[in-house]
Each structure stands twice: as C-alpha cells, then as structure tokens.
Design a protein around this ligand. Structure first.
Ligand code: PEP
Length: 249
C-alpha cells in the first residue's frame, strides 16, 4: 500500500516573516490530515528555521536540490550532509527549472540522486516532457530516457528508495494542468517501465503528479490508480489551498 504524499515546492519565494506565518497555519491545519504524508521544500536558507518549527509535527521538510559532490571547493553548493544536519527527509532532484535554466543534464541529475541516497536523504526525482516533446509524440521516450539515466547509474533497487514526480514542463506554473487521464497514462507508463525491471519496485514506488495542481483539481487527479500524490508549486504557498490538496484523498 503506497501512502500518498503531498510535497510543496516553494521555489525561490518567501521571507522569514511570510514563512513563519505559512508554517504556523500549516502546522495547525495538518493535524487533521490523516491520509497523506506532508512535506515542504523551502529555499535552502529557510531550512533551519523550518526544521525548528516543524520538528515534532506531522510535516516533514526537504530541499529543492542537492550538490553532486560531498564537500570542498564548490562555491554556492549545498552538500547532502548539510541537509542531513538539518534533518531533511527529501531532496528534489531534476526539477525542470534546474534542467532548463541551470543546465542539469540527465547525468547530473543521476549524480545528485546518487549523492542524496548515499547521504540518507530521499531523492524526489522529477521527470517530464516539454510541450514540443509532447506534441511530437515523444513524451514516453523522454520520460524513459530521464529514468534510465538514474537507473543506469544507481540500479533499479535505488528506485525503491526514492519518490518520482511526473511533471509535464508545459503544466508547471502555467495554470494548464494535465487532465487526470493524461497524467494517469504517463504514470502507468512509468510504472510499467519499472515493472519490466522489477515488479516489486514498480508496485512500491510513489509517483507524484506535479503541474498546476490546485485546491479545485487535486481530488480528480489523486483518484487515478497510479497517482500517489502531488508535487505542488504555486498552491503550496497558500496554506488553505495546500491543506485542501492534502485532504484530497
Ligand atoms: C513545481 O514547480 O514543481 C510545480 C508543480 O509548480 P506549479 O504547481 O506551480 O505548477
């Protein structure tokens, strides 16, 4: 049985004050969330404060990225040991904004994934196609290529220790959500692809959907057989909306 997960990706948003307010509201509201695990991924600099407020609650926290290296001369990077130091449960790797804006290749994503796993932080691996790729009929090939790079480096068993997020790039921050059927089709493809290598891994791994999920569309998406929760951007910055999404199971 896969426990649903709703994770908030706050991206580069917030301030000490706004985050305190958001977290206070989430802590209060999350007490009545029974059917889903809840996670938030603040900007790095707010992780210590977030950890301080969330420890002892039913909300866990994570990062939006992780370095490929463990320590040393890597100006501006954050190592997995540092994330572990502040008790991060998850590290997002391969978010499409990292892939497209900061040049994270499939290989770099596989390296970040490896580093997170080795350091005891669960990678939340994002995969997904652009609009041009969807329109040219290559959605499955793109998603397969992105998964294969991680599996080639880390082995199929590593997938049992991660969370996958299918995030069509054309649906991120655009207000254009994939229909529940479109999302389910890709989720089923991912699970079948993994099942071709290890049935148990395929059945156990949680596959989240991300891309303009909001309080109004979450229920329909989460009702699909292979959608095990959501990775939420914009709507995770509004406590009421995020909590409604968490209660959509
Ligand atoms: C995301 O950035 O992971 C995301 C899904 O964003 P949004 O919900 O705003 O589309």
């Amino acid at each position: 049985m896969r426990k649903p997960l709703v994770a908030g990706n706050w991206k580069m948003n917030g301030s000490s004050e706004s985050i305190k307010k958001l977290l206070s509201a989430l802590i209060k509201g999350a007490k009545s969330v029974k059917n889903a695990e809840i996670a938030v991924c603040p900007p790095y600099i707010y992780i210590p404060g977030t950890a301080g407020m969330l420890s002892g609650t039913n909300i866990v926290w994570g990062s939006q990225n992780v370095a490929t290296e463990e320590s040393g001369a890597y100006t501006g990077e954050i190592a997995v040991s540092m994330l572990k130091d502040f008790k991060c449960t998850y590290a997002i790797v391969g978010h499409s904004e990292r892939r497209t804006l900061y040049g994270d290749t499939d290989q770099v994503v596989a390296d970040r994934f490896a580093r997170a796993l080795a350091g005891g932080v669960t990678p939340m691996l994002c995969v997904g196609e652009t609009l041009a790729e969807r329109e040219s009929g290559s959605t499955e090939a793109v998603v397969e290529r992105q998964l294969k790079a991680v599996i080639d480096k880390n082995g199929i068993q590593s997938i049992a220790k991660c969370v996958i997020a299918y995030e069509p790039v054309w649906a991120i921050g655009t207000g254009k959500t994939a229909s529940p059927e479109q999302a389910q089709d890709v989720h089923a493809f991912i699970r079948n692809y993994l099942a071709g290598q290890d049935m148990q891994v395929a059945n156990g791994v949680r596959i989240l959907y991300g891309g303009s999920v909001n309080a109004g569309n979450a229920k329909e998406l989460f009702a699909k057989a292979d959608i095990d929760g959501g990775l939420i951007g914009g709507a995770s910055l509004k406590a009421d909306d995020f909590l409604t999404i968490c209660n959509s199971f």
